[in-house]
Design a protein around this ligand. Sequence first.
Ligand code: CMX
Length: 434
Amino acid sequence: MSKLKQKLFEKIEDWRPRTTKLLKEHGDVKIGEVTISQAIGGMRGVKSLVTDISYLDPMEGIRFRGFTIPETLEKLPKVPGREMPYVEGFFYLLLTGEIPSDEDVKDVAAEFNKRQHVPQYVFDMLRALPRDTHPMTMFSAAIVAMQRESIFVKKYNEGINKMDYWDPTYEDALNLLAKLPQIGAYIYRIKYKGDTVIPPDTSLDLGGNFAHMMGIDKPYDDVARLYFLLHSDHESGNVSAHTGHLIGSALSDVYYAISGMINGLAGPLHGLANQEVLRWIQGVHDQMGGKIPTEEEMKQFVWDTLNSGQVIPGFGHAVLRKTDPRYQAQREFCLKHLPNDPLFKYIDVLYKVVPPILVEQGKAKNPWPNVDAQSGVIQWYYGITEYEFYTVLFGIGRALGVCSNIIWDRALGYPLERPKSLTTAMLEEIVGIK
Ligand code: CMX
């Protein structure tokens, strides 16, 4: 058994009695109530999911296993000579709750390395798709195509004990995670780089190998590490994480669950917002004939978008009530590496202009920028101007968190998710409408 799996096994054994005790002795304790506006309005604030991988405080932002983003970046082992930590070490943290040693990181890196071979039929299938297929569709299709590889399905069909479900789920998760960077880079290269695919270099860490396969020089390896880490998890209620959990709860394997969560991430109100930010800015840019707009001109574009009934992509959030620390982390990277980039300047103008307008409009509960406002700037700067691709990068990162959650869901025996629905007539009856 690998060191990571052994450590996880010990953690699971320790954790199970806590969940069992809560259920058996305190199962009737109420943790919240549901209003009609929550039932109709997308369940905002309804406390009905449990995860220990990350927690999102509306004012503070995300903590991964109790650590803020700056703490996570500071504490995790770094790739020698680079600014950012190993993605492999970060995955160890998500899965076990502990900061890994250098030795632990090496162990996870070796695990990923030995599992990264992508079956040829995945590449053949991607090639058979029309080249103008959206990269997220290609990514989702590639993942679900590999479902035949599922070890969980094999073990389930052999009659594995429920208490052991986490084990083949872990195997599926590692097998899949190890392949995602190569699949992402492959989609990028066949779609946008004249079909010139760059084979993996197994001597590199996950982030370094991804940059290599994308064909982009340093410090893009650090961009990849930072990006995958920042996008990994945002507690359980967001569309992608929740979709992964929901599909997994039916004991569908990790391939089904991650392909499904990618489809949720592909919506413009969720992960696709990173592409939408660039599309919107490009519209502004074209209308301005390439000139950077003044604050006054930018305000007009923002109002025009709002008045035409569209949202300003990259702003607002269902839970956060302040500037997203994931936005801040990327902003700091930009200040250090690309302070004079024209697109960065655009985004900076938006940061000044949009929040007061959203406040004045009086609809959005959170006028501040989210993770997607800043992420395209960095990608664009390093040559990825094909913004349709950005959400694939989000997806590679998000898979780290969703897989960690599904492994723990299985370890703790979380059952099939099945909330109850009511009819409109029932709600009317409850409030006394005849
Ligand atoms: N621009 C314009 N209007 C906005 C807005 C924005 N950026 N953010 C919220 N609003 C509007 C909502 O559309 C809603 O309008 P209606 O009352 O007409 O339906 C109203 O303000 C209230 O919404 P809210 O409670 O503040 O926000 P929600 O929890 O409903 O939605 C989100 C959250 C992210 C979908 C929304 O802020 C939005 O559409 N933002 C733009 C898209 C985006 O950046 N999404 C990425 C989020 C991060 C991620 O998941 O990747």
